[in-house]
Write a protein that binds this ligand. Structure first.
Ligand SMILES: [Fe+2]
Length: 388
């Protein structure tokens, strides 16, 4: 287990919990509360929900006589677990001004103390595995914290700076050209002792035709060429749903891009900046990725091609859209109860992204990791790798 190898579960727990608060350290109280669109959750909600996860799945069932911090929190901070009862509508998360941010931090303190005492004695491998799932779950919310904070600040007309010292835009490719992978039968899926999510299991064989995959990701300047060539206006390049999305939403540039005095700028966590031509493109939807690939006379790799090629690729700057629908691997099975709701029920109408991004927490990435989003979503650090 990558997270815990060096440190053991107690220290891993503290490190992960502290990291969430480190991400929120630059925020003012007001920044913790809004939900500007349904898919963005308030930072306060992430901090409380990741805490609720430990309270609900670890402490409540395993600590005799455990006193729940506040019985109302189950309703407020359950995300999507139908097995755990009724909950706030996702779209109402931003309306919950109470408990206050301060109260949510107090909730974290309480659960951290209870967890610390519990972990000191813990040796049951099944519960340990659940704690580890809770840590990886919190790391997923850490990435969402960053992208949701970016959305909240990036849709403020003042474009506030999140953290001046943290540069998260200027990632460059270290390599160019294409890698050739020969045809063959390859093994796909997680193997070995380390942690993985259930959706990576069911290691199985796939047959791949020979293919070539780009060693670098598409850069801003390459995407500007597509824009200047009329890419957003040419229906021939777009999937039908993508063309509807472009027109319904009047899309003409990646998310966070603004044309000011004839020059492209974008909002970054360092504030509004001129678009850096050589930096790796980010914040594009699957539809845009597919249209760009079409314009280039190429395509997106499948998730299987990506996994096999990844051993020889530089990755980890952007989540990379693949042309694979998010589906169960052969032999996939859902765990019984609430934990079974973690991944399996989302396996419809979403595409797989591979890799990791600049916002992914340390120790969280794997080459078998299967991220997934809807085809129009682009507030994550998403980019394009071409294949042919
Ligand atoms: Fe969650």
């Amino acid at each position: 287990m990558q997270l815990m190898e060096a440190t053991g579960i107690r220290e891993a727990f503290h490190n992960v919990r502290k990291h969430s608060e480190h991400i929120c350290a630059p925020l003012e109280t007001e920044d913790y509360v809004p939900q500007p669109v349904a898919f963005v959750s308030p930072p306060k909600w992430h901090l409380a929900h990741s805490t609720w996860f430990f309270e609900t799945f670890i402490l409540k069932p395993n600590v005799p006589g455990y006193r729940v911090y506040d019985p109302d929190f189950n309703y407020l901070f359950n995300s999507y677990y139908n097995n755990v009862g009724e909950r706030t509508l996702r779209t109402d998360r931003g309306n919950v001004t109470r408990p206050t941010t301060k109260a949510v931090y107090a909730y974290r303190r309480y659960v951290d103390e209870q967890m610390d005492a519990f972990l000191e004695e813990l040796s049951d491998p099944e519960i340990l595995a659940l704690v580890e799932l809770g840590l990886h779950h919190e790391q997923q919310h850490q990435e969402l914290l960053i992208t949701d904070i970016k959305y909240i600040l990036g849709h403020n007309p003042l474009f506030p700076v999140y953290r001046a010292e943290q540069n998260m835009v200027d990632g460059r490719n270290t390599e160019t050209g294409f890698l050739t992978i020969p045809e063959g039968i390859y093994d796909i899926g997680h193997q070995g002792e380390g942690f993985c999510f259930d959706n990576e299991l069911g290691r199985h064989k796939v047959y791949l035709h020979a293919f070539e995959i780009a060693k670098g990701l598409v850069t801003n300047s390459e995407f500007i060429e597509f824009m200047e060539a009329g890419g957003y206006q040419d229906f021939n390049l777009w999937l039908d749903e993508g063309w509807s999305w472009v027109n319904q939403n009047q899309v003409s540039a990646p998310m966070y891009w603004h044309l000011t005095d004839g020059e492209w700028h974008y909002f970054t966590l360092n504030g509004l900046q001129k678009v850096e031509p050589d930096a790796i493109l980010s914040h594009i939807s699957f539809f845009e990725a597919a249209a760009f690939a079409q314009w280039k006379g190429m395509r997106l790799p499948t998730e299987f091609e990506w996994e096999i090629a990844s051993a020889n690729l530089d990755w980890g700057q952007r989540w990379e859209w693949t042309n694979s629908a998010y589906l169960p691997y052969p032999g996939f099975s859902k765990a019984p109860g609430a934990v079974g709701e973690y991944n399996g029920k989302f396996m419809v109408n979403q595409m797989v992204l591979r890799g990791a991004s600049v916002a992914t927490s340390p120790g969280h990435a794997r080459k078998t990791y299967r991220n997934f989003f809807h085809t129009h979503e682009r507030w994550q650090y998403t980019g394009i790798r071409l294949a042919r």
